[in-house]
Design a binder for this molecule. Structure first.
Ligand code: SF4
Length: 428
């Protein structure tokens, strides 16, 4: 593939028509509170107040344990038994907790009230609480709410819900103002800086959602075109479209090929010449190809099975199949947004089984029958599969690590090579 074919390329029709196995049954997933771990690092003046149980507090404490040496930017307001029994005014108690928090932490400029299973079970209306507090505290802090509940969700949906909650508060971009490209999805700062440098080189003005500081929320309007950096942002994309913005279809920026296709989609939109595109991207593309090639001997010809968890499964399988010669057996995803994933679906080998949703016992049977070399799955399935002698990779690690773009293509390949290397060493 080269820059000429990329810039000339017509994107596939939305909703590629490959068959998909749809399953509904018992699922093994983490809840959306997990997103706080990477969101609090990104939006540096935000605070995440989970309104939940001791279980919720344990989950985020253990997932983000590194924060014990710093002033944390998340906490849990515990719903006690007397609250569940309806013997306390929860809105009043929440106001007191928020008041104490803000008095102690003048650095907080954006406060998220994060719903959980317990707050949903008792039907605590956090949206109402957030609007009331937002109105009362508007000169001091913005207050928003979203749900990180684990009922019928996957762990990356926490980020989607959080970013969707930001959209109504974004300033309106005037119809006559030039519209920068908006990149949507939480990226590690180092990844964002590298993308910014590439867009600058291409002459494409760019803004990022979420921003590093809450006051820097980008403006949105009918001239806005946005590229998704993560494939799990269905609600955020819908909220942006409701404000007039248009989604730019592209493969996701994983690996050399995906990153080039993603940048090329923006380049087509902003009229960047083929020569300039090639000139700006060539050094990074070469580096990425070399970094990926180092891991090919460990991965080529190895079979891989994805259980549905992070919603990154389809773009990752495309990367592993096309750039590393791996053989995806089944690619499970919790939800399949055909329009957002149309380019990745088209590039994924056509004989690969794509499944949506989960019936975990049936899927485990298919996995055991296939005996893949590597299984990508959530934490709950990894230990039992390892005990059966099947090598696993935790899907959550793929979301916590910087894996987007050219400079991290080699790191992304290494994340899959490492467990196979460990297995081989243990066998010796
Ligand atoms: S939100 Fe639900 S699934 Fe997540 S930790 Fe709390 S109780 Fe558990």
């Amino acid at each position: 593939m080269n820059a000429v074919t990329l810039l000339d390329r017509t994107p596939p029709a939305a909703g590629c028509d490959r068959p998909v196995l749809k399953e509904r049954g018992q699922r093994e997933v983490f809840c959306g509170l997990t997103g706080i771990v990477w969101l609090h690092r990104k939006i540096q003046d935000a605070f995440f107040l989970v309104v939940g149980s001791r279980t919720c507090a344990h989950l985020i404490q253990s997932a983000a344990g590194v924060m014990i040496f710093a002033e944390p930017r998340f906490a849990t307001a515990i719903i006690e038994e007397r609250d569940l029994a309806g013997r306390a005014d929860l809105h009043e108690e929440l106001d007191t907790v928020v008041g104490r928090l803000l008095a102690r932490r003048p650095d907080i400029k954006l406060l998220f009230l994060v719903g959980s299973c317990p707050s949903e079970v008792i039907k605590l209306d956090l949206n109402r609480a957030a609007s009331r507090l937002d109105e009362r505290l508007k000169d001091r802090v913005r207050v928003l709410a979203y749900s990180g509940s684990g009922i019928e969700t996957t762990f990356t949906q926490g980020e989607d819900a959080c970013l969707a909650a930001l959209v109504p508060g974004m300033p309106t971009l005037s119809e006559t103002a030039p519209a920068p490209l908006m990149v949507v999805g939480t990226l590690a700062d180092v990844v964002e800086d590298r993308f910014k440098a590439l867009f600058d080189g291409l002459g494409i003005p760019v803004v990022f959602l979420p921003p590093r500081r809450s006051r820097d929320l980008p403006a949105v309007g009918p001239n806005t075109r946005f590229l998704l950096a993560q494939p799990f942002l269905t609600d955020t994309a819908r909220a942006l479209e409701e404000r007039g913005a248009t989604h730019v279809a592209a493969a996701f920026p994983f690996g050399e090929e995906g990153t080039t296709a993603w940048l090329a989609a923006a380049a087509r939109l902003y009229g960047v010449s083929e020569e300039r595109f090639a000139e700006v991207t060539a050094p990074s593309r070469d580096r990425a190809k070399r970094a990926v090639a180092r891991h090919r001997p460990a991965l080529e010809g190895k079979s891989i099975f994805f259980f549905p968890d992070s919603q990154l499964e389809i773009p990752l399988a495309r990367f592993l199949a096309r750039e590393l010669g791996m053989i995806p057996v089944e690619v499970g995803t919790p939800y399949l947004h055909r329009r957002h994933l149309a380019d990745d679906l088209e590039l994924l080998p056509h004989d690969v089984l794509v499944s949506e949703g989960q019936d975990v016992d049936k899927q485990l049977d298919r996995c055991r029958a296939a005996r893949p070399d590597l299984v990508v799955c959530g934490l709950g399935l990894a230990n039992p599969l390892e005990a059966e002698g099947i090598t696993t990779k935790w899907s959550i690690e793929l979301v916590f690590s910087p894996v987007h773009g050219y400079e991290h293509a080699g790191d992304l390949a290494e994340l899959f090579a490492r467990p196979l290397g460990r297995r081989d060493r243990l066998r010796v």
